[in-house]
Design a protein around this ligand. Sequence first.
Ligand code: ATR
Length: 326
Amino acid sequence: MFVLSAEVGCFYSARVDDLFSSPITASTCYCAVYGQPIRHSASPAMHNPALAELGLDWRYLAFEVASDELGQAIAGAKAMRYIGLNLTVPHKLLALDMVDVLDESAETWGAVNTICFEAKGEDGIWTPLGQALGQAHGEVRAKGYNTDADGITLALQQDLGLDLAGLRVLFLGAGGAGRVAALKLAKEGVAELHLVNRTRAKAVDLANEIRDRFPSTAVSVGYPDNASGNVDLLLNATSLGLKVDDALPIDENQFNLSHAEAVFDMIYQPAETPLLAKAEAAGCRTANGLGMLLWQGVKALEIWTGQSAPVEVMRDALSAHIYGDG
Ligand code: ATR
């Protein structure tokens, strides 16, 4: 049987219906993602099958929340004893000042993409609400995490088999997502980071921040010298490739793709950007950014539940939602 969702105007198959055969009751718990815009978020499609697979009577919702109402929306979820929240554009920086406590991950990367509501036990210990539902009537706090940075390194490990320590990396982009990714690569011990960005000054600022925080990584602005050997990884963190008529994010006069062992594009829609197509033709191992989305979600779910997430269920659900191949 198929169900038509009037809100999004699309059909869900009977297989998906089966996952949600348990009815919502007064004891059902909730997680949600907040963003603006939110209509295209893949997070509910990824998390709800995972919650069903874990046998949890939880649901994962999505809400369009304006920046000037984010504080109220977080407080509302806390008052209603939500298990947790994910935050997406444009809320990740704003939320730093809107949670009660920051996990080290959020402090390190300067952004919150996951909130876990925690209950205070009689012993004074804070426990995620999802693991202490009996304590939901007591004091509750919002703890902010960042799972995006781990999502990047897990995707590189899982999809490209990369152990980052000691690698040479050509890194394209210095925007919000690029900054966290480049810093995380440095924290993981890459040996060389060559930063290239349209606005060179932003690459220079990022290079300085990396030198300050992770001095064992040799960072420079500009393309590496082809004569000095291959790079182990070329990573695109620019938005070039999202649109069909976008230019390549690299200058092929300055860098030949045959000098990259592996190419990762943070873009996942389209599944194969022109950069990835060219890289594959040049013999590079390639992966798109779907794994980042998957692994940040896996980490968030594990924070909320305290259990291992059903990664393959989430991967299949995400892929089916985005590429329609389920
Ligand atoms: P995000 O949060 O996704 O990182 P962002 O902070 O706007 O978004 O960063 C977008 C990145 O793509 C930046 O590195 C940007 O380069 P600038 O710093 O020069 O703006 C890059 N980018 C966007 N459009 C581009 C274009 N037409 N050519 C080259 N780089 C581009």
